[in-house]
Structure formats: structure tokens, C-alpha cells
Design a protein around this ligand. Structure first.
Ligand code: GDP
Ligand code: ZN
Length: 304
């Protein structure tokens, strides 16, 4: 039997039970799932087929993912937030003040999933970045990341942000209140009305929560929003992998005395020496250490 009815497409929004699909032939349809086995997320390539006499389409398969942005859920399982991501844009601000440890974790997630990362400082219309924020942005510049200082409100450097998001599927992440939705509205005309319309037309009734939405950018690229988080950590299956999330640490690992150095208490550790001489930022190292311990604890509780 041939599956002529199976259509390829892209997940461009997810609600609690349903999703918006953009089929490759250009049609936009609402999709739903058969059982609970499939868990499509924004950015997923899927296959779906029309349901006779129903407006909705049935999602029958998720095509293999290039990568996943993950976090551990409350039960210690891996929750996938988005898939097939080329770039993570971590948004920061001075109001509210930024928790730079969370920024490190998003950047680590990008490294571990093979995506790029940019650090966006928003709300420059209020004041330029404070001395301490400039210092933290400088840490990222020094290790090769692009940093963008912009304002969703005044539009300053929004073009620079748009260029950074060009030709890729990006996801905008960061703490609540830093201006993620405002930046998306500055980048995508009508994004807020689109979200409002989506929550009414999802077929799930009035109080639908829209989990995540993807928009196309003028000039190329797509951008996914993500709900604000109080805390974030990537789901990492082995603590030894954490170092690959911190490029300046991974770059020095060959110079440690032990090939399997964890850069914690080992003697002749090139990473700890670089922290002592301030070649590696103390905060970045502390971020590494905390994430290492978190991943190690998770791995142990999975084993036991
Ligand atoms: P989100 O939680 O990260 O999505 O943040 P929002 O986009 O909802 O913005 C949180 C608050 O910050 C709102 O009151 C926005 O109006 C405000 N805001 C966002 N961007 C800017 C900006 O560039 N400048 C100023 N002054 N306020 C902003
Ligand atoms: Zn070491």
C-alpha cells in the first residue's frame, strides 16, 4: 500500500493537545495526535494525513531530529522544548537583573546540541548596560560569542538582531521579563495578534495555552519563542559531557595532567590554573562546576 495521503510538514506552534502545521505544499492546518507516544515540538519535521470529514490532520510520524533543546522535567525525565535549532539567542537585561548562570546554561545547551549562541542585552533605551553586565558580556565576547545590545522599545540594533537570526531556526530564551516577547514583536510584525488568534483557533476552547510558536522572519530565518523560565538546565546524560558546553574549558582539557580530568579537585589541572590566573572567568568555571554536579547527581539517581 502506498502512503499517498501522508504529507510532510513543519510544526510551527504547539498547544496542550494540538499543533499548527505548515505543510510543505504551503497549507496551514491544525494537527492532532493519535496516542500519546509522539511528542512533536516546534521545529519538528513531521508527516501528517488528513482525517476524512474532519478539519484536523493526524500527525503520524516525527522525522529524525538534527538536535533537541532539552531540560529535565519534574520527574527527572527529559523534556524537549524545541527541535532542529540552529541558534539560541539568550536574552539578558538590567531590569530585571540577569542571572548569568542561566545564560551560561543556555549557551552550554547550544554547544552540546551543535547550535550557535548569541547573547542579547535588551532595554538599552532605559540605560546602557551596567558595568557588571558589560563585564559579563565581555566574557562572552572574549570566548568568541556575538553579543548584541538592543532595545525592543526604541528599535535600536533590532536590525543587527534580525541579521543574526537570518537563515537559521532560532529560539529566543531567557528569564521572564527580559523582553523576549517584545523582541519577537519588534522582529515580526503582528506576532502578538497571531498569538492571540492562535489561542482562539486552536480547537481546544477558550483557555488554551499556547506552548510555543515559530515565526518566519522577513529576509529569511525563523524564530521560536519559549516561555519564560525561572531556572534552566539542559538535560545531560553524563557529567563528563558538561565540559563540552563550555568552550574555553573544553579547549584546555588536553593540557590537564589526567586525560579524564574533571577539572574539580585533580592536581595539575590546566582549567583550574586558568581560573586562578583569570584567563577563564571565575563565574563560567563556577557554572561548569554546578552543572557538572547536577549532571553527576542526575546520572547517579538514574542508576540507583
Ligand atoms: P518576556 O517575559 O521576556 O517575554 O518579557 P516581555 O516582552 O513581556 O517584557 C517584559 C516587560 O519589559 C514589559 O513591561 C515590556 O514592555 C518591557 N520591555 C521589553 N523590552 C523592552 C525594552 O527594550 N525597553 C523597555 N524600556 N522595556 C521593555
Ligand atoms: Zn583539568
Amino acid at each position: 500500500m502506498t502512503n499517498v495521503s501522508e504529507q510532510p510538514g513543519l510544526v510551527t506552534a504547539t498547544f496542550s493537545q494540538r499543533m499548527r502545521l505548515r505543510l510543505d505544499d504551503g497549507r496551514e492546518v491544525t494537527g492532532r495526535l493519535k496516542g500519546k507516544k509522539l511528542r512533536p515540538v516546534c521545529g519538528d519535521r513531521i508527516e501528517a494525513r488528513a482525517i476524512p470529514n474532519e478539519p484536523e490532520w493526524l500527525v503520524t510520524a516525527i522525522l529524525p531530529r538534527r538536535n533537541e533543546l532539552t531540560r529535565p522535567d519534574k520527574r527527572g525525565q527529559v523534556e524537549v522544548l524545541a527541535a532542529n535549532i540552529g541558534l539560541i539567542a539568550a536574552v539578558t537585561s538590567d531590569r530585571p537583573a540577569t542571572d548569568w548562570y542561566i545564560v551560561d546554561r543556555y549557551v552550554a545547551a547550544a554547544e552540546l546540541m551543535g547550535a550557535s549562541a548569541v547573547i542579547v542585552f535588551n532595554k538599552t533605551d532605559l540605560a546602557p548596560a551596567s558595568g557588571s553586565s558589560e563585564a559579563e558580556l565581555g566574557v562572552f565576547t572574549n570566548i568568541g560569542y556575538t553579543t548584541i545590545r538592543c532595545s525592543a522599545k526604541s528599535g535600536e540594533n533590532i536590525d543587527q538582531l534580525r541579521r543574526a537570526l537570518h537563515h537559521s531556526t532560532s529560539i529566543i530564551v531567557g528569564q521572564s521579563g527580559v523582553g523576549k516577547s517584545s523582541l519577537i514583536n519588534a522582529l515580526v510584525e503582528g506576532a502578538d495578534q497571531d498569538t492571540a488568534r492562535l489561542s482562539q483557533s486552536s480547537g481546544e476552547g477558550r483557555h488554551t495555552t499556547v506552548n510555543s510558536v515559530m515565526w518566519s522572519l522577513e529576509g529569511g530565518g525563523t524564530v521560536i519563542d519559549s516561555p519564560g523560565v525561572r531556572d534552566y538546565a539542559p538535560a545531560i546524560d553524563a557529567a563528563e559531557r558538561v565540559a563540552w558546553g563550555f568552550r574555553e574549558i573544553a579547549a584546555l582539557a588536553d593540557e590537564c595532567r589526567f586525560a579524564n580530568c574533571r577539572h574539580m579537585r585533580e592536581p595539575d589541572c590546566a582549567v583550574k590554573e586558568a581560573v586562578a590566573s583569570e584567563t577563564i572567568s571565575h563565574r563560567r568555571y563556577e557554572s561548569y562546576r554546578r552543572l557538572f554536579i547536577l549532571a553527576d547527581d542526575a546520572a547517579q539517581s538514574n542508576r540507583g
